[in-house]
Design a protein around this ligand. Structure first.
Ligand SMILES: Cc1ncc(C[n+]2csc(CCOP(=O)(O)OP(=O)(O)O)c2C)c(N)n1
Length: 559
């Protein structure tokens, strides 16, 4: 008998390849901190547990390992919930460890006692309450399998403080690291009808999402699209899977999608939907979505098939395997008319990028892309800036965009950028945020300074909750209420207060020199760029409308 539950947990995490944990100590997890002190795992001290959850997500989003975060019971644990929900919606592997009050006090409404397992139930794949330290021998491998298996996601492990302190018998073998359970092989016969459907279509189109990135299927999917000259549209989560500069790529579809993507999918007669969930942000009115097309749905999660939209053929399969197979069996077909239509749309989408006027906020992501190599990582927060980035930044490589797709959580940006930069010190990580979102986890500037992660922050500052202002303008008779930031914050002074070098760009100042200063500065830096608050995200699809019914500019005000 030579160690306790806490030491055992840390040893098991080390054995799974965990090198970093983000967290904050408190009464119910102090034995874990005691054990971490002498471990090889680097601890990242956050200023708010939501930051810990998002830092862990940042680590997971750029690596193949789950991110790990740690909080105390009660408020520490509840502060993790937003990040867990975010990870669940975007299928990000995350292991959240929470301390719990002593097992004898559970159920007594003790100080900082919260039933976090019940609270986390809808936002995690699995929850574990560990009541004996020896259970960790099975809980930890199971938790890693659940987080990384098939459709990835978050899990929660709750450990009462007395279980962390309880002595552990030596001599139990640590289960060697195992890959998640492999999917049962897909019968080759199932690919055939899909291949025939694609071959017989006149206007096929690929509708791709985050699933392509999760299964590292970009290369196979790109080969398939190029070989058959099939155009590609992407969800927000799928950006980077197809090369943003490829003439076959028609952009992001959906409510804030590009005109070209929305028109193309409306015209297609066969839509190959791969690694997507038919999210309402992508589909608009789901009944009208793909109205002219047969739908082939490929997804690793059987629960997604026919969940929101009935398909004609489906395949429950890893996307990499699916496209490898299609690359072997789908025969090329001549489709001259469709090729011409796609060429036109592609020309239009290119021309659009070149026609931005100087005050167009989409110029800024474009400028950033000029200054960065395609491998660098871009993180966004949530709002207009997120949509401008998605519409204009030509993501060329997989996993170079990190964004809160499913949950749309403001405050995601800074901590996720920190996690990504810690996991990929070889990359530059650029955060494009809004002045509203940035304030939600601003305290993590202290973490950024402390861990010296290479994060460059660009705030597109419109002195508004811009996307809210846009909706109030378009759909609430311009009744702007609570969307104007009445006392704008001085972000350069704030950043400097945290020890981060900062620059400001006024509305008519040139942006490029400041961007260069920030991007080429060694270590973290921030630039606060003033933009015109009147700018909108165009096109936009009104709530409930079909995505072809885009509003392409502001309609006259009807009072
Ligand atoms: C945590 C959270 N609260 C509220 C919202 C609703 N919301 C969506 S976008 C937005 C405004 C974002 O403002 P800002 O970050 O300044 O970005 P902008 O739209 O101006 O680019 C709000 C309040 C949200 N997505 N997340």
């Amino acid at each position: 008998m030579n160690h306790n539950g806490a030491k055992l947990l840390v040893t098991l995490l080390e054995s799974r390849g965990v090198t970093m944990i983000a967290g904050m100590p408190g009464g119910s997890n102090l034995p874990l901190y005691d054990a971490l002190r002498s471990s090889t795992i680097r601890h990242i001290s956050v200023r708010h547990e939501q930051g810990a959850g998002f830092i862990a997500e940042g680590i997971a989003r750029v690596s193949d390992l789950p991110g790990v975060c740690l909080a105390t019971s009660g408020p520490g644990a509840t502060n993790l919930l937003t990040a867990l929900a975010d990870a669940k919606k975007d299928s990000i592997p995350l292991i959240a460890i929470t301390g719990q009050v002593s097992s004898g006090l559970i159920g007594s409404d003790a100080f900082q006692e919260i039933d976090i397992c019940s609270m986390a139930e809808p936002v995690t794949k699995k929850q574990y309450r560990v009541m004996k330290p020896e259970e960790l021998y099975t809980v930890i491998p199971d938790a890693f399998r659940a987080a990384t298996g098939q459709r990835k996601g978050p899990v929660l492990i709750d450990i009462p403080v007395d279980v962390q302190l309880a002595p552990v018998q030596d001599g139990i073998e640590i289960e060697p690291d195992r890959d998640p359970l492999p999917l049962s092989p897909v019968s080759p016969l199932l690919f055939e009808p899909i291949a025939r459907m694609i071959e017989s279509s006149r206007r096929p189109l690929l509708y791709i999402g985050g699933g392509i990135l999760h299964s590292s299927a970009s290369e196979e999917m790109r080969r398939f699209a190029r070989h058959h000259r099939i155009p590609v549209v992407s969800t927000l989560m799928g950006l980077g899977a197809m090369d943003g500069d490829d003439p076959l790529f028609l952009g992001m579809l959906g409510v804030y999608g590009t005109r070209t993507a929305n028109l193309a999918i409306d015209e297609a007669d066969c839509v190959i939907a791969a690694g997507v969930r038919f999210d309402d942000r992508a589909t608009g009115d789901i009944d009208e979505f793909c109205r002219n097309a047969k739908i082939i749905h490929i997804d690793i999660d059987p629960a997604e098939i026919n969940r929101l939209k009935a398909c004609d053929l489906s395949l429950v399969c890893d996307a990499k395997e699916a496209f490898s197979r299609f690359n072997e069996i789908v025969k090329p077909v001549k489709r001259d008319e469709w090729r011409e239509t796609v060429r036109e749309l592609s020309r239009e989408s290119r021309a659009l990028r070149e026609s931005f006027d100087p005050g167009d906020p989409r110029q800024i992501p474009l400028l950033v892309s000029d200054l960065l190599s395609p491998e660098e990582i871009l993180v966004t927060d949530v709002g207009q800036h997120q949509m401008w980035v998605a519409q204009s930044y030509p993501f060329r490589r997989p996993k170079t965009l990190l964004t809160s797709g499913g949950l749309g959580a403001m405050g995601f940006g800074l901590p996720v950028a920190i996690g990504a930069a810690l996991a990929r010190p070889d990359r530059t990580v650029v955060l494009i945020s809004g002045d509203g979102s940035f304030l939600l986890n601003l305290q993590e500037l202290a973490t950024l300074r402390e861990c010296e992660a290479n994060v460059k922050i660009i705030i597109l500052n419109n002195r508004h909750l811009g996307l809210v202002r846009q909706q109030q303008t378009l759909f609430f008779r311009r009744n702007l209420y609570a969307s104007r930031i009445e006392s704008p914050s001085d972000f350069t002074t704030i950043a400097e207060g945290f020890g981060i070098p900062a620059f400001a760009v006024r509305e008519d100042d040139p942006v490029r020199p400041a961007l260069e200063a920030v991007l080429y500065e060694k270590g973290p830096a921030l630039v606060d760029v003033m933009i015109d608050p009147e700018r909108m995200v165009w096109p936009v699809v009104p709530s409930g409308a079909a995505i072809r019914e885009m509003i392409e500019r502001e309609p006259p005000l009807r009072v």
